[in-house]
Design a binder for this molecule. Structure first.
Ligand SMILES: [Zn+2]
Length: 150
């Protein structure tokens, strides 16, 4: 989420016609358009036209998703990947098709959960990374072994 507040500051009283080009917010005439850029990361007000926040150097045009919020997903996805990996590996001998399917899902989810675990800002971070990695590895092995059963 990021917020751009636009306010119109009039230099010469209320006289002067404001002309805007249809798409952009450029103002031609005696009036001056002042756009306060609120940093999406730290909330600092920056001057218009600035690309990086003066306070935290965040790029102003990129919406900020808190790392913590991203990391919270690791709590869900890492264990799911782990269980999928174990199930996929366990089914290789009996249900190769199921293990290919579960392994495939585990691979997709595993990549995601591995990434979310890496940005997780908590002491349990390494645990989630390990769980994701094991799930990912098992999914991969099950996926490959599943195919070799045909
Ligand atoms: Zn900032």
């Amino acid at each position: 989420m990021y917020f751009v507040k636009t306010s119109l500051r009039s230099d010469s009283a209320s006289a002067g016609v404001i002309q805007r080009s249809s798409s952009s917010d450029k103002v031609i005439s005696g009036n001056k358009l002042v756009t306060d850029m609120i940093c999406p990361k730290c909330g600092t007000k920056n001057d218009d036209g600035i690309l990086f926040c003066e306070n935290c150097d965040w790029r102003m045009d990129i919406p900020y998703v808190p790392e913590k919020e991203k990391g919270e997903k690791a709590k869900i996805f890492a264990p799911v990947t782990f269980v999928l990996g174990i199930l996929a590996a366990a089914l290789v001998m009996f249900q190769p098709i199921a293990s290919i399917a579960l392994g495939g899902v585990g691979l997709l989810l595993g990549g995601y959960s591995f990434n979310t675990s890496r940005v997780y800002d908590a002491p349990s971070r390494n645990m989630y990374i390990a769980i994701s990695a094991i799930g990912l590895l098992l999914s991969m092995v099950a996926f490959i072994l599943g195919f070799s059963r045909f």
